[in-house]
Ligand binder design. Structure first.
Ligand SMILES: [Ca+2]
Ligand SMILES: [Ca+2]
Length: 323
């Protein structure tokens, strides 16, 4: 074997192990209208009108293997008013907005979450969302969870790694229905990892005639979470557990965060605990919440609901207003 053939053979042998990873694609959203991609998976973010909408970018990203990047070239401040339904992101993607004061995604109060991350996904997908505001989510049906963002909705199979930076979730609503509770007016996080930095969860609402409400601002089902330099303020629900933040299972750390003015609108007493946050009562991993260097001005700021059987491991370490 000549030296050249040997070298080529070696290169082929070595690179046989380097199966090319799915190439990350970048899609640049240039219009604020709402329409789907005309041909998902052809590599081009383009509606039938040839425009790259946010929905088309995500549909194209979903159809292509591997993580992708969605960016925006819009005159700001801009608002994308959804007219079709939830935006679904089934595979890993970064949604890189220009800033929470510069871009709003409005669910338009039609019956849907605004953004759903990794629905029905067997794999752990990774999502980074930064620099945008999500409002106008309104959900009266289905899972009744996560009016603004619902991540990893199937707690049996879905997991997601979610990073939110400079994201505002405000003015989203979930309505309870019969035996189905309303959970997570702003954000509902299922299983996986959540990191929220410089975010605001404000004026989100749970409503309806049911009697099971939790986490009008944020509901964490069973995740490892870090909430840092955020505000959880002005969220409302009729009664229930943890108006601002509800942590069902897993470990959540809250740093340098204001949890203020979260309150029930109807209930009081034994049915309502934790205006600021409530933890525990899940069936699996005990919940731990660590609060440091934060302010909590809500009524009943921190609570482990005493009326529910508390597992030995559920605990909260509140170090409020100190370092
Ligand atoms: Ca396409
Ligand atoms: Ca993809």
């Amino acid at each position: 074997m000549s030296r050249l053939v040997l070298v080529v053979a070696l290169i082929i042998a070595v690179c046989g192990a380097c199966v090319p990873a799915a190439r990350a694609a970048t899609f640049n959203v240039t219009v604020t209208t709402d329409a789907g991609d005309a041909a998902p998976g052809n590599g081009a973010c383009a509606t039938a009108a040839g425009q790259c909408t946010l929905r088309a970018a995500l549909e194209e990203s979903n159809a292509l293997a591997g993580p992708d990047l969605v960016r925006f070239t819009l005159a700001t401040p801009a608002t994308i008013n959804l007219t079709i339904g939830s935006l679904l992101a089934t595979g890993s993607v970064t949604i890189d907005g220009p800033g929470s004061l510069q871009l709003t995604i409005n669910g338009s109060a039609i019956n849907n979450q605004v953004l759903v991350l990794n629905p029905g996904g067997a794999a752990i997908e990774t999502y980074a969302v930064d620099g945008l505001r999500i409002t106008g989510g309104f959900l009266d049906g289905g899972t009744r969870a996560g009016g603004g963002i619902q991540a990893a909705p199937d707690t049996g199979t879905d997991q997601a790694t979610v990073t939110l930076t400079d994201v505002v979730l405000s003015g989203n609503e979930v309505v309870s229905g019969g035996a189905t509770p309303a959970l997570g007016g702003g954000l509902w996080m299922g299983r996986g990892t959540l990191t929220a930095t410089d975010c605001r969860f404000e004026s989100n609402t749970l409503s309806g005639n049911g009697n099971d409400f939790a986490g009008a601002g944020v509901y964490i089902h069973d995740a490892t979470a870090l909430i840092e330099r955020c505000e959880i303020i002005g969220n409302r629900m009729p009664e229930g557990l943890g108006v601002g933040l509800r942590v069902r299972e897993g470990t959540t750390t809250v740093l340098d965060t204001a949890i203020n003015d979260n309150d029930v609108t109807v209930g009081s007493g034994p049915d309502s605990f934790g205006g600021g946050l409530a933890i525990g009562t899940g069936a699996g991993t005990p919940a731990t919440v660590i609060v440091r260097r934060s302010t909590a001005g809500s009524p009943m700021a921190v609570a482990i609901p005493p009326s529910i059987t508390r597992r030995a491991g559920d605990h909260c370490v509140p170090i409020v207003g100190t370092s």
